[in-house]
Design a protein around this ligand. Sequence first.
Ligand SMILES: [Zn+2]
Length: 129
Amino acid sequence: MAFVERRDAVLLSFTSKINKIRTFALVLIFAGIIIMYLGLFFQANPIVMTIFMLLGFLAIIASTVIYFWIGMLSSKAVQVTCPECEKPTKMLGRVDACMHCNEALTLDQSLEGKEFDQAYNSKKKSRKD
Ligand SMILES: [Zn+2]
C-alpha cells in the first residue's frame, strides 16, 4: 500500500512532462520484472505462468517503445533556459515544468501568472525545500 501511494505521488506531482513519461517507463520496466517474477510461483500451472510471462514481457516491450517515444518527443521539444535555475531544459506543449527545479514554465504570454501559478504553486513549493 505504501508503495502505491508513493508512486502515485511521484506521477501526479508537477514535474516536467518528459520526466513524467520517463518515470512511467521506469515503473513499467519494474512492473514487468515483478509480473514475470510472480509467474515463477505458478510453475505448477503452465498456462498461468505463460500468461504472467507474456504480460511481463509486454510491459517491458511497452516501456521500450515509450523510451523511443521520449527520444522522438525530446527532439521535437523546445529548448529553453529556465529563468529560475538558469539551466537549459526542454518543454513539451505550451506549459511545462523545468526538468531540474520543477519551476512552472510557459511559452504562452497570456498564460503567464494567474490560473496556472495558483494551481501548481503549493506542489512546487513543497518540492523545493
Ligand atoms: Zn529550472
